[in-house]
Design a protein. Structure first.
Length: 194
């Protein structure tokens, strides 16, 4: 059975945010709910696990080795990923583990970026894809350098929770569509690897 590791990296998944209810990610919570019951899926909530930013490198490397696929569920945050993921990458992708060796223990594992974007999408899906590809190029290169197979990313736009910008129903509907698409991708991946 294929084992999938979801690196959940969103700083505002609960109502404990000091900036109020609109900081809580309605969309990410909906997306995670859509996939959390899939057999073989382990959700590693990085902000819950490492609120102090002290990443347990051995634990994280063991998780990567134990799974066939990694899904990074994250928002686009200032044209990149949230800061904890960058810290996670710097700590976990060490010399001798992710690069600098002839054999790479992560080689052949699949990596899927599942990204939510608060802003509105471009005029066409193709144009939007080019914009996201530009923002995530450093992530893609680091992932490929570690040996992963970079899969085409899944992203959805207009998933912002700010008053007056988007009615909550629109955010919910788009997040449900993203979650359903992610679920289908993961099911197909599991079926293809068995």
């Amino acid at each position: 059975m294929s084992k999938i590791l979801m690196l959940l990296c969103h700083p505002n998944l609960s109502g404990d945010s000091p900036v109020g209810e609109y900081a809580v990610s309605v969309s990410t919570n909906i997306i995670v709910k859509a996939v959390r019951d899939l057999p073989g899926l382990y959700i590693n909530n990085l902000y819950e696990q490492y609120a102090d930013y002290n990443v347990d490198v051995d634990r994280e490397q063991d998780l990567l080795l134990a799974h066939d696929m990694v899904v990074l569920q994250t928002p686009l945050s200032w044209f990149s990923t949230p800061p904890l993921f960058k810290k996670w990458q710097d700590d976990v992708y060490t010399y001798g583990f992710a690069y600098g060796m002839k054999s790479k223990p992560l080689a052949g594992k699949d990596f899927l970026l599942s990204m939510t974007v608060g802003g509105r999408h471009a005029d066409t899906h193709e144009e939007a894809g080019k914009i996201i590809d530009t923002y995530v190029l450093p992530l893609r290169k680091a992932t490929e350098m570690a040996g992963f197979n970079w899969l085409p990313p899944l992203y959805s736009f207009g998933l912002i929770n700010s008053p007056g910008i988007d009615p909550r129903d629109d955010v919910t509907q788009r997040a449900e569509e993203h979650g359903a698409c992610l679920r289908e991708l993961l099911i197909r991946h599991k079926e293809g690897s068995e």
